[in-house]
Design a protein around this ligand. Structure first.
Ligand SMILES: NC(=O)c1ccc[n+]([C@@H]2O[C@H](COP(=O)([O-])OP(=O)(O)OC[C@H]3O[C@@H](n4cnc5c(N)ncnc54)[C@H](OP(=O)(O)O)[C@@H]3O)[C@@H](O)[C@H]2O)c1
Length: 310
């Protein structure tokens, strides 16, 4: 695929389904700034959604459990005064759900300004998704890849994509084809699999940034460090101890989300692309990652996996 084709719109615009509490005339204006944050009902995603809503964006909270996220939406509306905050359901572990979500967004909005690929998981046991992939790999990497690919036609000069990565990318390995189907070669081991997904998302960030650099669409990675959210639960006897001794020492969700929020909103980051960021600074991750030897193979293998949903 040629880079120039990446954000061509192949889907004909369809009629907007009207949603409760929204004015179709506003949506048809075409000049509303629109942001999508995945995993916005909890942890750092909630903080990111609140920050973009406070800046006046029409904010789409893309959530796995939309019912649970409704109370968080109301909290954002009340704290920011922005009524244009909505929850839409998406299951990143189901590629047809990702496609449905993207189709609805494309039908209702003419452009997309911000895409925050924030959602992630750290599965405790091996689970195969209905698409035949390992769960953590699909939620953390393949699902966000497909979502981004499908939404690219809505993006224009000035649109920003931010991917939530992790310092664990450094210990990640991509053993194809096991990476997609079992997370790694060998038996299930949750931290290495998670690390592999964050390596893949980091490489996708650099690769896509390069492919989009002539279009003025930026792509950057944010590493939040270690943050007190649900995802770090070990699901074992150690949890109450870590809650007492460890959690007070690590970042709050707002602190963890800070780097991503700056990448999404800061004026001086408007043309920054292809970077890895921590504590609001660009981290030089080295040529080994910027020009990773498996970058092209990863892109090609992922394209082949998601092709029928594009
Ligand atoms: N906490 C850390 O120390 C840390 C460090 C580095 C990177 N990160 C990354 O930061 C991001 C945000 O995590 P967090 O720390 O804020 O934890 P979190 O509160 O557990 O957030 C994870 C979010 O992902 C959503 N999600 C999980 N499975 C999904 C699926 N199948 N489809 C759609 N959404 C799904 C969850 O929704 P439900 O709860 O509704 O399932 C939740 O909203 C993740 O990508 C994580 O890997 C976290």
């Amino acid at each position: 695929m040629k880079s120039s084709e990446l954000n061509e719109n192949k889907t004909a615009p369809s009629k907007s389904p009207q949603r409760e509490g929204q004015s179709p005339s506003e949506e048809q204006e075409g000049n509303r700034r629109v942001a999508i944050i995945t995993g916005a009902g909890t942890g750092m995603g909630f903080e990111e959604a609140k920050a973009v809503a406070a800046k006046g964006f029409h904010t789409i909270m893309a959530c796995h459990h939309p019912d649970r996220a409704e109370a968080k939406r109301l909290e954002i509306v009340s704290e920011t005064g922005n009524e244009n905050v909505e929850v839409m359901g998406i299951d990143l572990a189901d590629l047809s759900s990702v496609r449905r979500f993207a189709d609805e967004v494309k039908a209702r909005f003419q452009h997309l300004d911000l895409l925050m690929n924030n959602a992630g998981t750290l599965a405790t046991k091996f689970q195969r998704t209905k698409d035949g992939l390992e769960q953590t790999v699909q939620v953390n990497y393949v699902g966000p890849y497909l979502l981004t690919r499908l939404l690219l036609p809505l993006m224009r000069e000035g649109s920003r994509i931010v991917n939530m990565v992790s310092l664990t990318y450094r210990i990640g390995h991509l053993d194809f084809p096991y990476f997609f189907t079992s997370g790694r070669k060998g038996s299930f081991w949750r931290i290495p699999i998670y690390s592999n997904t964050k390596l893949a998302l980091t490489l996708f960030t650099f690769d896509l940034a390069n492919r989009l650099k002539d279009k003025g669409i930026t792509v950057n990675a944010a590493d939040p460090w270690i943050v007190s959210t649900n995802i770090i639960r070990m699901h074992s006897f150690i949890d109450p101890l870590t809650d007492i001794f460890f959690r007070p020492l690590i970042h709050t969700p707002r602190q963890g989300a800070d780097t991503a929020i700056h990448l999404l909103l800061d004026e001086d980051k408007a043309s920054q692309t292809g970077t890895f960021n921590r504590s609001n600074r660009i981290v030089n991750v080295g040529e080994k990652f910027y020009r990773h030897k498996q970058m092209q193979e990863l892109w090609d293998a992922t394209e082949a996996l998601v092709r029928k949903f594009l």
